[in-house]
Ligand binder design. Structure first.
Ligand code: G3H
Length: 250
């Protein structure tokens, strides 16, 4: 039985006051939040400490949107997993399309980060997805295949229990244009097939890993999406920054 995971990515949004106030409101709403799901919030790095403190001891996991794969060292502007641990942060998002597109993050750098994090007992939410141009030129599966094969290269079978995947078609992010359930299902199925092909015995892992869909997810479309066989949750951007949507989404 795969776990249903709903993750909220606040990206580089909200002032400190807004982020902390949203965290307090989420805490109050926890009784209304669906049971039996894993809920995660990813505030900006600057707000991690404050949000993690507010949600400490609750069922909501607080995660980081990025990390540098090193212990404490001279990497100006970066954050070490060691520093995240101190805050009680156990989940890190890797490979979000905004980092790939605007910050030049490659599959191989994602792979380095994933190795480092899994070795240090973090849960990793690894994001993949094609751009509109890639989809329109018939490259969707080729792109996803490289992101899976290169991003997850050399990951040991026993570490997969700490991995969650997210499929986010870039053309559906923040555009209001949601992938149809059939479009999302087709790619989620493909992702599972790619994972099954990673190494001998990976078929079982592919069946048990949670794959979230991201791209304009809202309370009014999440249920339809979750009806698809290979969709196990949502990675929510815009809607996760509004408290009103929490009871319907998380
Ligand atoms: O990480 C979240 C995604 O990029 C989706 O963002 O829900 O605003 O489309 P969105």
């Amino acid at each position: 039985m795969r776990k249903t995971v709903i993750a909220g990515n606040w990206k580089m949004n909200l002032s400190e006051k807004e982020a902390l106030s949203l965290a307090h409101s989420i805490k109050e709403k926890i009784p209304a939040i669906s049971k039996g799901r894993i809920s995660m919030i990813f505030p900006s790095t600057l707000h991690l400490a404050g949000v993690a403190k507010i949600l400490q001891g609750t069922e909501i996991l607080v995660g980081a949107q990025n990390v540098y794969p090193s212990g404490l060292a001279a990497f100006t502007g970066e954050t070490s997993p060691e520093q995240l641990k101190e805050l009680g942060v156990k989940v890190v998002m890797i490979g979000h399309s905004e980092r790939r597109q605007f910050l030049g993050e490659t599959n191989s750098f994602c792979n380095e980060k994933i190795h480092f994090l899994l070795k240090n007992d973090f849960i990793v939410l690894y994001c993949v997805g094609e751009t509109l141009m890639e989809r329109e030129s018939g490259k969707t599966f080729e792109v996803i295949s490289s992101q899976i094969r290169e991003g997850l290269k050399g990951i040991h079978s026993h570490s997969f229990s700490n991995l969650i995947l997210a499929y986010e078609p870039v053309w559906a992010i923040g555009t209001g244009k949601v992938a149809t359930p059939a479009q999302a299902q087709e790619v989620h199925f493909f992702i599972r097939k790619e994972i099954a092909g990673l190494f001998l015995g990976a078929k079982e892992i592919a069946e048990s890993i949670s794959i979230l869909y991201g791209g304009s997810v809202k309370p009014d479309n999440i249920q339809t999406l979750l009806k698809e066989k290979d969709l196990d949750g949502g990675l929510v951007g815009g809607a996760s920054q509004k408290i009103d949507t929490y009871a319907g989404l998380f």
